[in-house]
Structure formats: structure tokens, C-alpha cells
Design a protein around this ligand. Structure first.
Ligand code: AMP
Length: 193
């Protein structure tokens, strides 16, 4: 099966957790820009050094770095059979950049799924995750900043895809299993045999 999917939603919506299940279920490449950056930071690469301060402050890494990373990753063999992008695009510039990348690679988007959770749930979820994962950008101050960045920069991304008729909103408030089930049912009609 093939599916070319964007998974969007606020920080703490459970995108990373759901991405894993969905990518396995549909047999597609699971591509998280945040996870790729964190891996570069822990390996001490040049890209990791360039990205670290932005990530620790809860700010977006500059578009040139992020767009290049996504172009390279989507050009890899596994992504030709379908992909799930988690955490990209994060602003309207990246929406344009992704359009260009996907056009060049001839990989049109199947659908954009938004995990919908109320704002008031976000901080609590992120603080709980902070205790478990010990992520450097999960302190309360940085969390609040990331939510502000989400509203100002990333929310318009969702609106742009809604205008194109590509946006599917999925209730993200249940248990992990319930949300996974909702997502799978909602996405199945978009998968190509
Ligand atoms: P995430 O794991 O998706 O929450 O991303 C963690 C951090 O990585 C973000 O707060 C940003 O600093 C950085 N990051 C991830 N994806 C992007 C992106 N598409 N554009 C810019 N920065 C990003």
C-alpha cells in the first residue's frame, strides 16, 4: 500500500507516537524532522551544531537547513513507496518548499491529517512527556514558547491545506489505541493499492 501523508497538529498532540503505528500499518517511511535534528545533535554533526540553539529555545530551525534535509530524505529509495512526514511543513514558506520538492520527485500528497486536541490539554501532556523522555526543549517556559510558535507560524499551514481540500481532522483526545484506530480508519480510503 502507498500513502503520502502529512501528520500535523500542536506539540503534544501525540504525532510521534501515532506516526510510528501509522507508518508501520501502511508500510511507509516515517520521517520526523524533529527526530532527525535530535539525532544530528546527539551525534554532534555540523547540522546538529547549527540546529541545537534553535531547538533548545523552542524556535524553528532556519528554513534553508530544514528544507534541504527534507528534500534529501524524501529522495531516498524508501520514500518512493509512500511516506509520513511529521513536523514538516511548520510555516507557509515550508509549504511552498514542499510543493517544489514533491513536484520534482513526482510524489503528490495523498492527504494531510490533523490531530485535533484542545489547547488546554497541550501543556499538561508536554509536561508529562518531559518527565518520561527528558527532552531538552520540554521545560515549561520552552513549551509555552513552542505553543506560541505553533499558533503564529504553523496554524496557517493547516489552513492552507484545508483550502486545497486536503485536510482531514481526526479527534486526538482518546487513548493512544483509540486515536490510532480513528486515524487508520480515516486514512484507509487514501491509500493506493
Ligand atoms: P518536534 O519533534 O516536531 O516537536 O520538533 C522539535 C524541534 O525541532 C522544534 O521545536 C524545532 O526547533 C525543530 N523543528 C522540527 N521540525 C522543524 C521544521 N519543520 N522547521 C523548523 N524547525 C523544526
Amino acid at each position: 500500500m502507498s500513502l503520502r501523508l502529512l501528520l500535523v497538529g500542536p506539540p503534544g498532540a501525540g504525532k510521534g507516537t501515532q506516526a510510528k503505528t501509522i507508518a508501520e500499518k501502511f508500510g511507509i517511511a516515517n520521517i520526523s524532522t524533529g527526530a532527525i535534528f535530535r539525532s544530528h545533535i546527539s551525534r554532534g554533526t555540523e547540522l546538529g551544531k547549527q540546529a541545537a540553539a534553535y531547538i533548545e529555545g523552542g524556535n524553528l530551525v532556519p528554513d534553508e537547513l530544514t528544507d534541504a534535509l527534507v528534500r534529501a530524505r524524501l529522495s531516498e529509495a524508501d520514500a518512493q513507496n509512500g511516506f509520513l512526514l511529521d513536523g514538516y511543513p511548520r510555516n507557509l514558506h515550508q509549504v511552498d518548499a514542499l510543493d517544489g520538492i514533491l513536484q520534482d520527485l513526482q510524489l503528490p500528497l495523498s492527504v494531510v491529517a490533523e490531530l485535533d486536541i484542545p489547547d488546554e490539554d497541550i501543556v499538561g501532556r508536554l509536561l508529562r512527556r518531559a518527565e518520561i523522555e527528558k527532552r531538552a526543549d520540554d521545560t515549561e517556559e520552552v513549551i509555552r514558547h513552542r505553543i506560541a510558535v505553533y499558533h503564529s507560524e504553523t496554524k496557517p499551514v493547516t489552513a492552507a491545506y484545508a483550502e486545497r481540500g486536503l485536510l482531514l481532522r481526526v479527534d486526538g483526545t482518546g487513548t493512544i489505541e483509540q486515536v490510532a484506530q480513528n486515524l487508520q480508519l480515516a486514512l484507509a480510503p487514501f491509500a493506493e493499492k
